[in-house]
Design a protein around this ligand. Sequence first.
Ligand SMILES: [Zn+2]
Length: 65
Amino acid sequence: MSKVCENCGKTQMAANQVHRQSQWVQRRTSSPKQVNLQNVTVTDENGNKCKKKLCTRCIKKMKAD
Ligand SMILES: [Zn+2]
């Protein structure tokens, strides 16, 4: 439970690494990309403050509410 969002369960994803030789693409390799997790303090439904590891997408959603 280290690199997982505690709200949505998002974890590492596959990303393409594009190797180029001057202006042409030489080859593409797949590499894992980590989630952008931040430590934030949030208030739950009982009004208690607690620290959580959330991805930036979940933080954006919570700020909109
Ligand atoms: Zn999330």
